[in-house]
Design a protein around this ligand. Structure first.
Ligand code: AMP
Length: 304
């Protein structure tokens, strides 16, 4: 089955995907993949544009992957609007949208064999969302298998996800080039997320305090603070007086291993998650010794 909106083909089945890919590849074109759960915003679209610059043809997948949601999480409430996503993907250079139904992705039900992220999947967000990264790696491995892209573009906002997918590609020899694109933010610094739509106007105002706390930590680092505990306490102290915000974790980690560090140094990543009301926000920043002009009000693009 192949549905078309605008001039952009939309493959809803794996057969339709295979047909479209054959046509795209006929000319020897290189293929870029942007995996998403849809509800596309300018953050996603920056990845589509990047893929379109780097590859001859760009496939955007839109699939809300049940496997990566925990019990009681927002799988059912997650925003879905495929027609809008297809229009936006088309306008930003995509050649094909792959939007499979659940039974297409998991025809035999939940897969028995899944990709184990190992210990790096149990820290940071993984500690609070057991099984989340196993679900992410499993669906991304399936998408790589179905699309066979030359490269995949991911967003830096999901820092742990990028590191784990990079390790999966390396450790399992999947032969996909990974490109990580900077975090796109609202003017007040809040990282764009499909989940930001859950925020009430009052919560949305409060949510801007979250990236502010990262900037405060970065400034402290630049002023010479190297004690990771002190940097984390600074984030905690900034968020504690805000009744709408509840810090879930903040940690300074080595970006290669995700191991916590006691002393921060240039390149250390500060990552955190916080609830704003019932909406979970995540963000991260690279601690850098030198100031650079931020792309917007929040943590800089390179660090977001
Ligand atoms: P999702 O639809 O949330 O699974 O995200 C799909 C891809 O978009 C992932 O690689 C995300 O890291 C990326 N992404 C989400 N939000 C942003 C953002 N604000 N800036 C850049 N990339 C993003």
């Amino acid at each position: 089955m192949r549905a078309a909106t605008s001039s952009l083909p939309v493959a809803r089945t794996r057969e339709a995907l295979a047909t479209e890919l054959r046509a795209l590849r006929r000319s020897g074109a290189t293929l870029g993949l942007v995996p998403t759960m849809g509800s596309l915003h300018p953050g996603h679209l920056s990845l589509v544009q990047r893929a379109a610059e780097l590859a001859d043809a760009t496939v955007v997948s839109v699939f809300v992957n049940r496997l990566q949601f925990g019990a009681g999480e927002d799988f059912n409430a997650y925003p879905r609007d495929l027609a809008r996503d297809v229009e936006l993907a088309a306008a930003h250079g995509a050649h094909l949208v792959f939007a499979p139904a659940e039974r297409e992705m998991y025809p035999a039900g939940e897969p028995r064999v899944r990709v184990d992220p190992g210990p790096m999947g149990d820290v940071l967000c993984g500690r609070h969302r057991p099984g989340h990264f196993r679900g992410v790696l499993t669906v991304v491995a399936k998408l790589f298998g179905l699309v066979r892209p030359d490269l995949a573009v991911l967003g830096r906002k999901d820092f742990q996800q990028c590191i784990l997918i990079e390790r999966m590609i390396r450790d399992l020899d999947l032969g996909v080039r990974l490109v990580v694109a900077p975090t796109v933010r609202d003017p007040d610094g809040l990282a764009l997320s499909s989940r930001n739509g859950y925020l009430s106007p009052a919560e949305r105002r409060e949510a801007a305090r979250f990236p502010e706390a990262f900037l405060a930590a970065r400034h402290a680092f630049r002023r010479g603070e190297r004690d990771a505990g002190a940097l984390v306490r600074l984030v905690d102290t900034m968020l504690a007086p805000r009744p709408a915000l509840r810090l879930q974790y903040a940690e300074c980690v080595d970006p290669a291993t995700l191991a916590p560090v006691a002393r921060a140094r240039a390149g250390t990543v500060l990552a955190a998650a916080a609830f704003c009301g019932r909406t979970r926000l995540i963000d991260n920043i690279v601690l850098e010794a030198t100031a650079e002009a931020p792309a917007c009000g929040g943590p800089s693009g390179s660090g977001g």
